[in-house]
Write a protein that binds this ligand. Structure first.
Ligand code: RIB
Ligand code: CA
Length: 320
């Protein structure tokens, strides 16, 4: 059993990752913190509660709301990808009696800040807690700034972010999570805990086509399948218009998979740096991944390969 804290900016793919993690007996989700990114942090918190509400649960992880602004840069959103509410506009869907089709989970958030909840969980589970970061790294960097000594007891940080030998998805060179807060990413990558990066180089290998999604949903009944269908329309429209196929990338589900199905993933050690000031390259992650160029001072593991078909089979098997 792996103790984890998920830091997230739901986001449709975040929601898929959260559902997958909640359906993973290998993981003990001690807490979930929200962060600004795809949507403003208050909306991210609402979307987290909506996502958890899809599951028929009586108990939930501790939830706290995190930082509303990046460390230095102004906040950039991704509602053009994820829908106006960041969750495929599912918050607006109603039953025939006008009640919400996807009501929030019957739980509340704690008064502590997301940063303080991260520090509380690291203190409670020293050397045992894995932080899975699915959005900009603002909360993690702020926790390090607030109490670096405590944060050194984090077992490891597994994060979705960056692009090394592939194009970015915000600019030619930058992936969204790093682009939104490059200063936070720089501080996290320099920090002395094991860092596992799942970049676009890996997540772009896994394409969830509309056809596959339809085929899997048609096999199932239940709220989760209905949510998978309803939450994905907006981002698949974006992909059809802007990326050129009917489907989308389930970026954030992959970090979950690296913990529950590690043999589906291949990583290399590297020395990773982040451009924080470049006019054209702000948010660019830089590492020499050539196998013959082993850096004398690697600071991260970078996932470069995914066993795509078995991962997708596992993903849908868990999201029954
Ligand atoms: O670049 C993809 C990442 O940015 C994902 O985490 C997605 O949810 C957005 O946050
Ligand atoms: Ca995300």
């Amino acid at each position: 059993m792996q103790r984890i804290l998920i830091d997230t900016d739901p986001g449709v793919d975040d929601a898929f990752a959260i559902l997958l993690a909640m359906r993973s007996p290998e993981l003990q989700i001690e807490a979930i913190t929200t962060v600004c990114g795809n949507v403003p942090v208050a909306q991210a918190t609402q979307n987290l509660l909506t996502t958890l509400g899809v599951l028929d649960l009586d108990e939930f992880p501790v939830i706290a709301e995190g930082e509303a602004e990046p460390l230095v840069k102004p906040l950039v959103l991704a509602t053009h990808v994820h829908g106006d509410d960041g969750l495929g506009n599912t918050n607006q869907l109603q039953n025939t009696d006008n009640s919400p089709l996807y009501p929030p989970a019957n739980t509340s958030i704690v008064s502590a800040s997301g940063v303080d909840l991260i520090l509380e969980m690291v203190t409670r589970y020293p050397d045992e807690l894995t932080i899975i970061a699915l959005g900009p790294l603002t909360n993690i960097a702020t926790a390090i700034r607030k109490d670096a000594k405590k944060m050194q007891r984090v077992q490891k940080i597994v994060l979705m972010g960056g692009a090394f030998e592939t194009y970015g998805n915000v600019t030619t060179t930058a992936e969204f999570n790093i682009f939104v807060d490059p200063h936070a990413a720089h501080e996290v990558f320099q920090f002395d805990v094991p860092i596992h990066i799942v970049p676009l180089d890996a997540t772009h290998q896994v394409i969830l086509t509309g056809e596959r999604l339809r085929a899997e949903i048609d096999k199932r009944e239940g709220k989760v399948s209905q949510f998978l269908r309803d939450a994905t329309q907006a981002c698949m429209e974006f992909y059809r218009e802007e990326v050129g196929f009917w489907g989308f990338h389930i970026h954030d589900a992959l970090p979950i998979g690296t913990l529950t199905r590690p043999d589906y993933f291949e990583s290399v050690r590297a020395h990773v740096q982040v451009e924080t000031e470049g006019t054209l390259t702000s948010g660019m992650t830089v590492a020499d991944l050539r196998p013959e160029r082993q850096h004398p001072n690697p600071n991260a593991y970078v996932c470069i390969k995914v066993a795509v078909e078995v991962f997708l089979d596992y993903f849908f098997d868990r999201l029954q």
